[in-house]
Design a protein around this ligand. Structure first.
Ligand code: PLP
Length: 456
């Protein structure tokens, strides 16, 4: 086994980490974190520290760690058939079964699933399919995609553009011109404090209408949104938001993409976030929870309406010119089948709803009246605590205060609990595996309250 010093050196010398301060890491200012094993909601680092992972990796290990059923399904698939492609009508029992299982669970207007590897490439696929769709319909100008500020849809060229967070644009020459952004449904951060939730929804709708008017409806192909904003700060929408937005999109013949990379397969206590909010999407993006991250796999679920046009397109133009070598990779598909079975067998969607509600309630009881806690919000197994400098005047911390990172570091140091300091700098996010128990939720809440007390 490699010595820690050796591993740290190799890490700094060779490994280009994503979403990392490269210079600090290369200098050794921030420690290498080497994770060795995991079980349930706990991960163990190389020094034997047991950490309670209240963010399920990157909100993806939904069934929890160490599930032997999934590991065995992966091993069996690798032994029988590690790879074959899915071009020109090829498939495997695992990929065909998984597509059926996904459609059985998806909203009833959905028709087919195209497989990718991660959420970013799935959203990249979606944009291409939407452009193809409008070209087949002869609407060559209808190509722009509306996304929300604070939305997160990936890190590619188009998907990094869809993402509405400055960090992902800065110095990358993004967003691309085909993407335009509109207001996030972030009631706590509304400009006009006198607005009720209903008035704020009307304001978001007016902003969207104004954007469509400015750009011209005949230039706008689609709107993309997460049912609950995730990386943008874990922000559930105010009541009535999705119904009001959908009415506008229908009026202007704009497709709706529900990015369910985080919310798909149970995180909100329903199979899809679309079920939870009555969203009738034309395309649904899935990834993370599809395999609970036991293997990389994503998908674009397309509706009947979109599928019919794609079919027509191939009759007119030949095979669709879009494919990944690893689309529907058998090992990912086998992981997906085993994962969805496990979610059903253990009734984990119900547990996500029930224990998630408990986590949100107890977090609110413990921290709701703290003078530096401005907002506690969540839905299902998602929870966020937003810190403010002053609650009464709603004065915010500066990003430079690094309040979120300070609290998450304290939480880890004091009680070995992992929460995510969201990129905004003043929000602590929780997205535990669905198998979290109420006792484990109590541990998370008590540890968070203690960390907040230490820092603030
Ligand atoms: N969409 C959403 C809503 C996400 O949260 C993420 C990742 O966190 C993505 C897309 C991108 O997925 P990936 O990191 O697998 O490319």
């Amino acid at each position: 086994m490699l010595k820690n010093d050796q591993l740290d050196q190799w890490d700094r010398d060779n490994f280009f980490h994503p979403s990392t301060h490269l210079a600090q890491h290369a200098r050794g200012d921030s420690p290498s974190r080497v994770i060795k094993t995991a079980n349930g909601v706990h991960i163990e680092d190389r020094d034997g520290n047991q950490l309670l992972d209240a963010f399920a990796g990157l909100y993806c290990v939904n069934v929890g760690y160490g599930r032997q059923d999934i590991a065995e399904a992966i091993a069996a698939q690798a032994k029988e058939l590690a790879y074959y492609h899915s071009y020109v009508g090829h498939g495997t029992e695992a990929s065909i079964t998984l597509s059926k299982m996904i459609l059985d669970r998806a909203p009833s207007n959905m028709s087919k699933v195209y497989f990718g590897l991660g959420g970013s490439d799935a959203n990249e696929t979606n944009v291409k399919l939407i452009w193809y769709y409008n070209n087949i319909l002869g609407r060559h100008e209808k190509k722009k995609i509306i996304s929300r500020w604070r939305g997160y849809h990936g890190s590619g060229l188009v998907t990094g553009s869809l993402t509405g967070l400055e960090l992902f644009h800065k110095k990358f020459d993004l967003p691309l011109a085909q993407v335009v952004h509109t207001e996030a449904p972030y009631y706590f951060r509304r400009d006009d404090l006198s607005q009720t939730e209903e008035q704020f929804v009307a304001h978001c709708v007016a902003e969207l209408e104004a954007l469509i008017e400015r750009e011209g409806a005949d230039t706008i192909a689609a709107f993309i949104g997460e049912p609950v904003l995730g990386t943008g700060g874990i922000v559930p929408p105010p009541a009535g938001y999705w119904a009001a937005i959908q009415a506008v999109l229908k009026k202007h013949d704009i497709l709706l993409v529900a990015d369910e990379v985080v919310t798909g397969f149970g995180r909100l206590g329903t199979m899809f976030g679309s079920d939870h909010y009555g969203i009738e999407a034309d395309i649904i993006t899935i990834a993370k929870g599809l395999t609970s991250a036991y293997a990389p796999l994503s998908g674009s679920i397309v509706s009947d309406k979109v599928w019919k046009v794609l079919e027509q397109g191939t009759d007119e133009n030949g095979p669709i010119g879009h494919g990944w070598t690893y689309s529907a990779h058998p090992i990912g598909a086998a992981a997906g089948v085993a994962n969805l079975k496990l979610i059903d067998e253990l009734d984990l969607v119900t547990n996500a709803g029930e224990v998630g509600a408990y986590l949100n309630k107890t977090m609110t009881e413990a921290l709701g009246s703290h003078p530096n806690v401005g907002d506690i919000r969540g839905e299902g197994m998602l929870c966020a605590v937003e810190f403010v400098k002053d609650k009464d005047s709603r004065t915010f911390f500066d990003a430079a205060d690094k309040i979120g990172p300070q609290i998450s570091a304290t939480l880890l140091a004091q009680d070995k609990v992992i929460a995510r300091a969201m990129p905004q700098g003043d929000i602590l996010g929780f997205a535990p595996p669905f198998c979290l128990t109420k006792a484990e939720a109590d541990t998370v809440v008590a540890a968070t309250a203690a960390a907040v007390k230490t820092v603030l």
